[in-house]
Design a protein around this ligand. Structure first.
Ligand code: NAD
Length: 471
């Protein structure tokens, strides 16, 4: 890979909407050629890690203001996860970017075939509000590692974090190569249509469809990291106490507002009571008896509370739809009761919509085949979790369920493994990232075939003799 830095063209005129200016600036930086150098890429990633370390207090404060997120949670879920992704990419990007030499078929010889990953150009990165640092900057790691420039559009529902990113990114990173634009749907739509080379979107399937529709008009490729209802299957052979504790922990994390949170549980009838008792005990202990959970805003709280009516199931924990606030001191805000609903109607809104909040439906099943059929009859989930000590159950989940990812005997932890691709399938997403998978998603694998001018036999040119067909 060339380390040459081409001369930058004259700066583009700074007229137009903020989106136009951001895209033009990122395009000019890309066209300068400097992002192709591996040294530039590593420098940018190191600068991103410095940003996360030095501006930790500023980012933690913004996450508290937006989401009521405690400092430890902010560090674990947003800051350290992003830094780990960056360190991993910085270490391996030279290997991922290496040119490869291939063999060629006899009919093409003599020739040398090579290919190498090339950057795509300007990548638009559209973030959600639930982990607004990690889910905006981890895709940026992939974009920078692959030698692209980027325009970030953080979520308008995490405004303090969006503003912090707007201040910090130009201070630490190449300010032409990575630009930040604020805004909501209108600005995002403008960005998608503004001549970018790739759209990396994280958000809901409904908005993902709108993003893809707009991108289709200009044949702009998309990566869609979406959501859905990720099931957890607990069979009769499972360590039920461990299953309940792990599901409780990860459902409570960010009050269930996590794309890979366990959305609902399918538990074997024989261990259902034991699971419910252990889940309740674990959740009560983790919450110190306080079931009111802080969610992002009142609009979201009202939506989640709305799922608690007309479900036809039995409420076995929580269920108070009058809860309006949660959290203490500076972290207080709109709240929803941590709620468990046993055997809701499978056709209710609670079982059709992604919950994205602290509500756990638990459905009893008589066999693992029934559990697998239940999941398979619904849109493909982003993740599926299975707690079992029976190999046949684990194999049935692995072989029969089409799902973005699988974790056995835990939930969600595949997200933290940069060696594993992360992404959905069907309605839960398109494409994957993390580690080299993100590098590949934002690279073009470009072949080059080099032919010598000799030999140049006349029999390869028309008109052909009849005997040529048999060669
Ligand atoms: P969202 O889809 O409402 O918003 C995401 C982004 O899209 C925001 O930046 C928003 O400004 C923009 N947007 C909103 N309407 C738009 C429109 N009409 N056109 C273009 N852009 C538009 O998602 P959210 O509420 O921020 O996040 C929750 C959803 O995201 C859940 O479904 C969750 O499962 C999913 N999610 C997925 C992942 C993943 O990695 N797969 C991670 C986090 C969240």
């Amino acid at each position: 890979m060339s380390d040459t830095v081409r001369r930058s063209p004259a700066p583009a005129a700074v007229t137009g909407s903020p989106v136009e200016v951001a895209v033009r600036t990122a395009r000019t930086a890309y066209d300068s050629g400097r992002t192709r150098s591996l040294r530039w890429r590593r420098t940018q990633l190191a600068a991103l890690e410095r940003l996360l370390a030095e501006a930790e207090d500023e980012l933690v404060g913004a996450l508290a203001a937006d989401l009521g997120r405690p400092a430890v949670d902010a560090w674990l879920a947003d800051l350290s996860s992003t830094a780990a992704e960056s360190r991993y990419a910085r270490r391996y990007l030279g290997w991922w970017a290496r040119p490869r030499v291939t063999g060629v078929p006899l009919g093409v010889a003599p020739a040398v075939g090579t290919w190498r990953p090339e950057p795509l150009g300007v990548v638009a990165i559209i973030g959600p509000w639930n982990y607004p640092v990690y889910l905006t900057l981890a895709p940026l790691v992939a974009a920078l590692a692959a030698g692209n420039t980027a325009v970030l559009k953080p979520s308008e529902y995490a405004p303090a974090t969006a503003a912090a990113l707007g201040r910090l990114v130009p201070r630490y990173l190449d300010p032409q190569a990575v630009t930040v634009v604020p805004g909501g749907p209108a600005e995002t739509q403008e960005l998608i249509g503004a001549g970018v080379d790739h759209v990396f979107f994280t958000g809901s399937p409904e908005v993902g469809a709108k993003v893809m529709e707009t991108a289709a008009r200009t044949l702009t490729p998309v990566t869609l990291e979406l959501g859905g209802k990720s099931p957890t299957i607990v069979d009769a052979s499972a360590d039920v106490a461990v299953a309940a504790r792990r599901v409780a922990w990860t459902k409570l994390m960010n009050s269930g507002q996590t794309c890979v949170a366990p959305d609902y549980v399918l538990v074997h009838r024989g261990v259902a009571e034991e699971f419910l008792a252990a889940f309740t005990a674990a959740a009560q202990e983790m919450r110190r008896g306080d079931l009111a959970m802080r969610v992002v805003d009142e609009r979201h709280a009202a939506r989640v509370r709305g799922l608690l009516t007309g479900h036809g199931g039995r409420v076995v924990l929580g269920g108070d739809t009058g809860v309006t606030t949660a959290g203490a001191g500076d972290l207080a805000g709109p709240g929803v009761d941590l709620t468990v609903v046993l055997d809701p109607d499978p056709d209710s809104a609670l079982m059709r919509e992604e919950i994205f909040g602290p509500v756990l439906p638990v459905l009893t099943v008589d066999s693992m085949a029934e559990a697998v059929d239940f999941v398979e009859a619904r849109p493909r989930p982003l993740a599926t979790y299975v707690f079992s000590r029976t190999r046949a159950t684990v194999e049935a989940v692995r072989d029969r369920i089409a799902t973005g990812g699988i974790v056995t005997n835990h939930t969600m932890f595949h997200v933290l493994v940069p060696q594993l691709p992360f992404g959905g399938i069907g309605r839960s997403g398109m494409g994957a990232y993390h580690g080299k998978w993100g590098f590949e998603a934002l690279s073009h694998r470009r072949p080059t075939l080099h032919k010598p001018t000799w030999p140049d036999p006349s029999l390869v040119y028309p008109p052909y003799a009849e005997s040529t067909r048999k060669l």
